[in-house]
Design a protein around this ligand. Sequence first.
Ligand SMILES: Nc1nc2c(ncn2[C@@H]2O[C@H](COP(=O)(O)OP(=O)(O)OP(=O)(O)O)[C@@H](O)[C@H]2O)c(=O)[nH]1
Length: 345
Amino acid sequence: MLLKSNPSDLLHSLAELTGLIDRDDLAASLCLTLFEMMQADSMDFYRVFHRTKQLPSLHLLVEFDQQGIRQHSIEQLRSKHPQAPIAPDGFLASALHNNGALAIDPSGFRVILCLRRETELYALLDLTLSRGLSPADLRMLQGFVRIYENHIALLDYGETDTLTGLLNRKTLERQFLKIVTALQNLPSSQALQQNNRDTGSAYFFLVVLDIDHFKRVNDKFGHLFGDEVLLTVSQIMRQSFREIDYLFRFGGEEFVVILGPQTRESVGTALNRFREAVAAHEFAQIGTITISGGITDIRPYEVLSITLGRADLALYAAKDGGRNQMMFFDTLPESEIESGSDELF
Ligand SMILES: Nc1nc2c(ncn2[C@@H]2O[C@H](COP(=O)(O)OP(=O)(O)OP(=O)(O)O)[C@@H](O)[C@H]2O)c(=O)[nH]1
């Protein structure tokens, strides 16, 4: 027996769901709708992260039970408990690895729905009920899952750069704001704001990456070869960074990465590993290329242009210093910061 079986309630829920563009809000709205519709006892929404050469991990984003909803955005999860995946119970683990659309436990009172993005598993929805599900309930659940998947596909389309498939510049602004807001809500935000940083602690970092002498590639081999280099560099980025890091094509031959929370040292290690992977790649006809980067931490109460400005100054220093290197803003001499700031801000 469905609680929300009347068509106007369903239409209203669908209109709400498809009007959202924030993925955390979308997950919460899907849970709310299904929780009420199915009269569930509890419901958990897990985001699945796939890491190269490792088993996929689960992060709990929404918990829903008789006490109400508890929502955890990826940014909050990341700032409070860096990379703390959930250890799934046996049923959840089998749903994660079986690659089906749906799993129902033998009692019939627990069901796990697999939500996909293209062909890859994107999220798991774990519902516990006090009754078994009818075939009509299952059809309804699967219909909502398909609408959710289609909406995610449309969001992806609007958020990605067409050549590289990385996130686009418009999405950088929205994502940056989310991270800054999460940082503002941390107890230590005052210390971060006052530049009172401990180098062993974890922070969010923003990096601007720029291919060295890219104009020469275009001039000598043509734009099609140039585009091929951009595509390959974006693939090396995907292989080098973690799935929860944000990778953007900022424009032209510039990329932005947001990493965190991580220590300054591990950010340096990750970026140099990426830089070496680019330098080691043999491009057909072109040979090898190199990449430089400027790195800065992300501070609460700051707008994107200021953070980008610091990373750009570090990038200019990396280019000036001979290219094929990653430079932290906080290692620049005062004189370089002052003269660069006059030009940038
Ligand atoms: N193929 C291709 N080229 C692009 C694209 N966007 C920008 N470019 C080219 O990227 C080049 C950027 O060159 P510059 O900014 O002068 O710098 P650079 O040659 O990379 O030299 P440094 O950054 O100083 O190492 C220009 O030739 C642009 O035309 C694109 O989408 N595709």
